[in-house]
Design a protein around this ligand. Structure first.
Ligand code: C2O
Ligand code: CU
Ligand code: CU
Length: 494
């Protein structure tokens, strides 16, 4: 259904497709921003049901596209949950292939985490109960079947999760879902001339990740959002397979970052551009009270690539393709905003580095020589061009890489090889202590579950829930082709 594009064709398209984003978008009549339907579990008796299925979705006029969706033609409903609640999930797999559903950013035990071991065969269902035990934030859900995560996410499987708590409910921030509180799933895709999704799959995409030439927001190309003329909150997810976005506004206006992956920041952080890597979320508040329209724009983002020659040129091309307006905001002057931006948001404690702490070193490895790039494999694992791993070893479902102790803080030093890697850990919210030897910028100083590592990062993590050998937690690069290709490991918590 989704065309898997070969190596040579992928190369040509990558080199030639640079101006297509702006050209394609401006030729289209802007469609309204689609806001995924909300399932508020505080009003459904603490339950929700979703079905992963094959579908057809309209990206390009008159050319329906074969996709995957969660109870939708593309993406899935936004799930709203409240801290302290138990939520009963009823998930059905009608994809015609094995899948799993992972709750990215939820601190839940390994047996309900939805990682590669929580397999749901086609035609079957899965009914985990999720205990929501963490601060208010924006999380998300997506498939995690080992070796096919990238393909299934590319096809359309992803959805947002909003966690509320007593702190977030009392803040005067914009919070009317779909009106002044908008989820934005930002992705990039390529389309064949008949409208079908083109998914590049080759040694090149295994190494660099798969990039599309067209940016989409909530499943639409350059849509238009009518918003109140006031403060608007955007819950932004980089849901791309590989692309790091650098976001800003067409008029250079400033905005405030109020939350990162794992919760509200201590105080709003004023910026005029924001870098977001695959898997990360940021909530921002933008002021439209002057009534002026503006575009959210994707600026030329840094891929962090530091390799030589042809690869360097390829990455230059993929950077250009992502640049341009991606979402138009049209404030409606007859509707004033209702939200306010407080000076203080949440209590984010200063981390204490305990004396006797477990330290781990994790190297995100790529082998780029002839052996790595052209068919070699790492430590004899997974041949066929994959040369990705962590500490020299490719992921193995049968191997537990290490064991953590519940409640005992750990310091992890993560080193990125060859290019930037968004590093993600299940079962925890961590704090970034150092990024390339320095304190992280303010918007990355709060709770996180994914850190974009371009050199070295040091994080402090504690695991509060159990994960057994049968359903361990994962740590991996969130460039999904890297994850599928072996840049992943697993650990227990007991
Ligand atoms: Cu968002 Cu292990 O993944
Ligand atoms: Cu995750
Ligand atoms: Cu990576």
């Amino acid at each position: 259904m989704i065309t898997r594009r070969g190596f040579v064709r992928g190369l040509a398209a990558g080199a030639l497709a640079m101006p297509s984003l702006v050209g394609r978008a401006s030729a289209l009549e802007a469609v309204p921003l689609s806001v995924p339907p909300l399932i508020d579990t505080t009003k459904t008796g603490g339950r929700f049901a979703i079905t992963a299925k094959q579908a057809r979705h309209s990206f390009l006029p008159g050319k329906p596209t074969s996709t995957f969706g969660y109870s939708a033609s593309y993406l899935g409903p936004t799930l709203r949950v409240r801290r302290g609640d138990k939520v009963a999930v009823d998930f059905t797999n009608q994809l015609g292939r094995l899948t799993t559903v992972h709750w990215h950013g939820l601190k839940v035990p390994g047996n309900v985490d939805g990682g590669p071991h929580n397999k749901v065969l086609s035609g079957r269902s899965w009914k985990p109960v999720l205990e929501i035990d963490q601060p208010a934030t924006t999380a998300w859900y997506h498939p995690h079947p080992h070796g096919e995560t990238a393909y299934q996410v590319y096809g359309g499987l992803a959805g947002m999760i909003i966690i509320d708590d007593d702190v977030s409910s009392k803040l005067p921030l914009p919070s009317n879902y779909g009106i002044d509180d908008l989820p934005l799933v930002i992705q990039d895709r390529s389309f064949a001339s008949d409208g079908g999704l083109l998914y590049g799959q080759s040694p090149m995409t295994t190494m660099m990740g798969s990039y599309g030439d067209t940016v989409i927001v909530n499943g639409a190309i350059r849509p238009r959002a009518v918003v109140p003329a006031g403060l608007v909150r955007l819950r932004i997810l980089d849901g791309a397979n590989a692309r790091v976005f650098r976001l800003g506004f067409s008029d250079g206006r400033k905005f405030h970052v109020i939350a990162s992956d794992g919760g509200l920041l201590a105080a709003p952080v004023e910026l005029n551009e924001l870098t977001i890597a695959p898997g990360e979320r940021y909530e921002i508040v933008v002021d439209f009270s002057n009534g002026r329209a503006a575009d959210l724009v994707s600026l030329d983002a840094d891929t962090g690539f530091r390799g030589p020659g042809m690869m360097g040129m390829m990455m230059g091309g993929t950077r250009q393709q992502g640049a341009g307006p991606i979402l138009h905001f049209a404030p409606d002057k007859s509707r004033p905003g209702t939200g306010r931006l407080p000076d203080r948001l949440a209590n984010v404690p200063d981390f204490q580095i305990p004396g006797a702490v477990r330290r781990r070193f994790l190297s995100l490895d790529m082998m780029m020589g002839m052996g790595g790039m052209m068919g070699g494999s790492m430590m004899g694992q997974r041949g066929g061009g994959a040369a990705l791993g962590i500490n020299g070893r490719a992921f193995d479902m049968e191997r537990i890489d290490f064991r953590t102790a519940i409640g005992k803080p750990e310091l992890w030093n993560i080193r990125a090889n060859m290019m930037g890697h968004p590093f993600h850990v299940h079962g925890t919210l961590f704090r970034i202590l150092r990024l390339n030897g320095r304190r992280p910028p303010a918007q990355q100083a709060g709770w996180k579950d994914t850190v974009y590592v371009t050199g070295e990062a040091e994080i402090l993590a504690t695991f509060d829930k159990a994960a057994s050998e049968q359903a361990p937690y994962m740590f991996h690069c969130h460039i999904l082709e890297h994850e599928d290709g072996g840049m992943m490991g697993q650990f227990t918590a007991a």
